[in-house]
Design a protein around this ligand. Structure first.
Ligand code: FAD
Length: 499
């Protein structure tokens, strides 16, 4: 054994939900082996109050905790806070920034993903990912009169709704808001919430949440210095307990620019120079108010409009954190830059598995499942990767976990409960589907996707209580042709109907 080389049977990289779940599972499967968990951040993420709501729907809370909590729970897990900088996959060796070396038999990479930033050159651009960046956002917002949010996924949706006391210009590339999760109909249902004053939150909050308290104080320079390796990704309720308030008196002021992307970002000086040189080729944004030339940063959109703002939030997706692992190895990498994994969570390098946001599911998926880089999938993949590693070590066979049969996601947008099931946006179905919709403004929006008479997807917004029945109808693929008219009839107790 080389000097300074630690040997362990199992190594996991990443202290987010995927890595911690994987390490916990390995620890319980192999109680007499040490599992080394290497992670860049001082805090790890743990799942608490896990509840299997139905066959595939799950609910849990996520907490940020010191690594000692995990080590106390699983005495055979050793957490080492250090950034992994290199992998020699053939030699089965990992190296860290502070010169440590680890030899493993089986490795699971769970290093998550980072925000895809529109530009790395302007200081006026923020990506929100971890506690540090969320607190930086909060700090900048407290002095801001106008921010521009770019992106149309879950983070952008939450942000535009939560921010108060500051104008928000929201640039989306699609025809409707929330395109990652919704169709135009659901977007129309939600738009009035952006225009109305936000209701006060009453009663206990039901969603999963994590603690942000004191996280800044506990952070060391190690995770910041790593550049690409920050803390774990935030998740549902990342804004809970944070005041997302700007410098103005307005409650809620959101202006949406549809079907456009960012063409150019200019500083105030560059913008003024353009104007003085008579090169202003764009129309100042007419809404929400005309520009005065006094903003720190200007954004020209591809629809020709220019908006000045205090800063920009780039919420345009993520890039998997694969960099330390690629050099010198021959990993298959997917188009979205994730490490390709097969249906046993194996990468293309021997004995290297991957789970969570860093990986791309490259197996032939079930007709009702798709990968989305979400908290639930990070937990499921971390859990399943550990089962696959155990099966490999013990020479057992293993079937693809049941959770990959049907896509399910429970969340909350604009204060509405949202459940997404299966091919909720008719993804990949082409024209081969029909939609049934029931909508009661300000109360509920229900959309069912049928393909050849079978239910293949659904969007449930509001307290519809239909998730379990619809989940069953999707899993058993019952022919619903004869029941189409009754399916969304508010006077029919659908649960009873299919009991
Ligand atoms: P992460 O949680 O990102 O963990 C990666 C870990 O790897 C971290 O501990 C990091 O320190 C470590 N690491 C990285 N590089 C290295 C290295 N080189 N060496 C050592 N360690 C390293 N999902 C939902 O389901 N619902 C939501 O509402 C939701 N909202 C979100 C809001 C925000 C603002 C963000 C950013 C994400 C949100 N997500 C949401 C997505 C969800 O948080 C992620 O899908 C999930 O956390 C991914 O878990 P992970 O374990 O794969 O990665």
């Amino acid at each position: 054994m080389a000097a300074g080389l630690t040997t362990s049977k199992f190594a996991v990289v990443g202290g987010g939900i995927a890595g911690v779940t994987c390490a916990e599972q390995l620890a319980s499967q192999f109680p007499s082996e040490e599992i080394v968990l290497l992670t860049a951040a001082p805090l790890i993420k743990t799942v608490t109050n896990f509840r299997q709501v139905s066959r595939t729907l799950e609910d849990f809370r996520v907490e940020e905790q010191p690594s000692s909590v995990l080590e106390a729970k699983c005495p055979n897990v050793r957490v080492i806070q250090s950034v992994v900088t290199e992998l020699q996959a053939r030699q089965h060796i990992l190296r860290t920034e502070n010169g440590m070396q680890f030899h493993y038999d089986k490795l699971c990479i769970c290093t998550g993903a980072r925000p895809k930033l529109l530009s790395t050159e302007t200081p006026y651009l923020l990506g929100i990912r971890d506690t540090d960046s969320a607190q930086e956002f909060q700090k900048q917002l407290s002095k801001a009169r106008r921010v521009m949010v770019v992106g149309n996924g879950g983070i952008a949706l939450e942000l535009v709704y939560e921010v108060e006391g500051c104008e928000v210009v929201w640039a989306v590339k699609d025809k409707a808001i929330g395109n990652t999760f919704f169709d135009a109909g659901a977007a129309q249902f939600l738009i009035p919430s952006l225009e109305a004053d936000k209701p006060e939150r009453a009663g206990p909050f039901k969603r999963t949440r994590y603690t942000t308290e004191d996280a800044m104080a506990r952070h060391t320079s190690a995770d910041k210095g790593a550049g690409l390796a920050g803390g774990s990704a935030l998740g549902p309720d990342w804004h809970r307990g944070m005041s997302l308030r700007g410098a103005e008196q307005v409650s809620h002021k959101v202006h949406v620019e549809y079907q456009c992307e960012v063409e150019k970002i200019s500083t105030r000086e560059e913008y003024l120079q353009f104007q003085q040189g008579g090169q202003q080729s764009s129309t100042p944004g007419s809404e929400p108010s005309s520009d005065t030339g006094l903003w720190p940063v200007y954004v020209r959109l591809t629809n020709g409009k220019t908006y000045g703002c205090d800063f920009i939030v780039s919420a345009t997706g993520v890039i998997p954190n694969t960099k330390p692992f690629l050099h010198g190895n021959t990993f298959a990498v997917a188009d979205d830059l994730g490490l390709c994994v097969d249906d046993r969570m194996r990468t293309s390098e021997p004995d290297v598995y991957a789970a969570g946001d860093v990986c791309t599911a490259c197996w032939e998926p079930s007709a009702l499942w798709q990968q989305m880089r979400l908290w639930t999938q990070a937990r499921q993949m971390g859990w399943y990767a550990a089962q696959c590693i155990a099966a490999d070590v013990l020479g057992d066979s293993i079937d693809l976990a049941f959770c990959f049969e049907l896509f399910t996601h429970i969340t909350k947008f604009f204060n509405y409960k949202v459940v997404l099931l299966g091919k909720f946006n008719a993804q990949g179905l082409g024209q081969d589907h029909e939609l049934l919709v029931r909508c009661t403004p300000a109360q509920e929006y229900i959309k069912v996707v049928l393909a050849r008479g079978r239910m293949v997807g659904a969007v449930l917004i509001g307290d519809t209580d239909l998730e379990e029945t619809f989940e069953n109808l999707m899993l058993n693929q019952m022919d619903l042709t004869a029941y189409k008219d009754e399916l969304l009839n508010p006077n029919v107790d659908i649960e009873d109907y299919f009991d």
